[in-house]
Design a protein around this ligand. Structure first.
Ligand SMILES: *Cc1c(COP(=O)(O)O)cnc(C)c1O
Length: 360
């Protein structure tokens, strides 16, 4: 068997240790004679898996007791609509920050439900910067402020948390959650599709402060209601049981690594060495301002774009796959989430140097 270094932006690599454990337990989960996929979600076996996963996530992220953790479906995209429907609570407007492709999608979805005030945008820079906080035009009557801490396509990341006072801060952390410790108490709501840093596609995590979920829009579908899902333990209907189980294995794996402090150090090192290799060369370039570069998604271009195909082919021959950049940006993109070993980044850098030597 030959595992490759998969630089996909999502669905992305999972830790080998997690996949091996899932394989071990596939046919017979701990003497039950069945796989987790075949279990009743309300049986005591799955309930123990679900509770343990939540407890481990709470420990890893140090989630305060006044926050609910929901294991939902529909991806981050369903949350683009669920957030205004749950959090407007009688208000008619919300603040949004526009830092790239995913911000734009969140904004477009929210416009169906409320007046969206775009308080800051980096569109003029081609989304290669984060707008300076002093220039944001915040509305103290906004129901919440939404932003995208890591733009998966542009490779732009906030390395700071906006200060919004009494206005709840809402963050689409799909491609940065669990990459480092965060102070959850600064947020009203954090959400993330699982397929980048949590587990397989099909599971969506929502972490929401209890006081925000009391009084949702009556037209809200039950499955999107934080209030009803929270009362039902995320089991208003059949939850994504297998994804929930695998996410639990990933949370345990993070604990085994030594927690998010250790994971963050590795992530910082991986990103720094890749950006350094890009910056030191005249052949590769990354357009993002250095203080806003993503730890997770590293887009880069070749000085000779006509060699893109040859680069991708050569990389694949070395077991370095899915490096093609997003169609809207072009070039390459290396997504280096938690499960990408440092050895994968080292191998990519070696290949880049060799390719430049041959073709630069
Ligand atoms: C991948 C991604 C999404 C979309 O997630 P789905 O689960 O496919 O809906 C939204 N926001 C960000 C930042 C992402 O990286």
């Amino acid at each position: 068997m030959n595992r490759v270094f998969n630089f996909s932006a999502g669905p992305a690599m999972l830790p080998s240790a997690v996949l091996k454990q899932a394989r071990e337990e596939m046919l017979d989960w701990r003497g039950t004679g069945m796989s987790v996929m075949e279990m009743s979600h309300r049986g005591k076996e799955f309930m123990s898996i679900a509770e343990q996963a939540e407890a481990d996530l709470r420990e890893v992220l140090a989630i305060p007791d006044n926050y609910k953790v929901l294991f939902l479906q529909g991806g981050a995209s369903a949350q683009f609509a669920a957030i205004p429907m749950n959090l407007l609570r009688g208000r008619d407007r919300a603040d949004y920050v526009n830092t790239g492709a995913w911000s734009k999608k969140a904004i477009a979805a929210a416009k169906k439900y409320c007046n969206v005030n775009v308080v800051a945008s980096s569109e003029d820079s081609g989304f290669t910067t984060i707008p300076a906080f002093e220039d944001w035009s915040l509305d103290s009557d906004a129901a919440y402020l939404h932003y995208t801490p890591n733009e998966t396509i542009g490779g732009v990341e906030f390395h700071w948390i906006p200060e919004t006072g009494d206005v709840p801060l809402v963050a689409d952390m799909s491609s940065t959650i669990l990459s480092r410790p965060i102070d959850v108490s600064r947020f009203g709501l954090i959400y993330a599709g699982a397929q980048k840093n949590i587990g397989p596609a099909g599971l969506t995590l929502v972490i929401v402060r209890e006081d925000l979920i009391g009084d949702p829009d009556p037209a809200l579908p039950d499955v999107l209601s934080y209030s009803l899902q929270s009362k039902a333990g995320s089991m208003l209907n059949t939850p994504p049981t297998h994804g929930w189980y695998l996410a639990g294995l990933v949370f345990k794996w993070i604990k085994d690594q030594g927690g998010l402090d250790v994971v963050a150090e590795v992530n910082r090192r991986k990103a720094e060495k890749l950006y350094q290799a890009i910056d030191e060369s005249d052949f590769y370039a990354n357009p993002v301002e250095p203080q806003s570069r993503s730890w997770m998604n590293v887009p880069f271009t070749l000085a000779k774009p006509e060699l893109d195909g040859q680069f991708l082919e050569g990389a694949a021959a070395e077991g370095l796959v899915t490096l093609k950049g997003h169609r809207s940006v072009g070039g390459m993109r290396a997504s280096i989430y938690n499960a990408m070993p440092e050895a994968g980044v080292d191998a990519l850098i070696d290949f880049m140097r060799e390719f430049e030597k041959q073709n630069g």
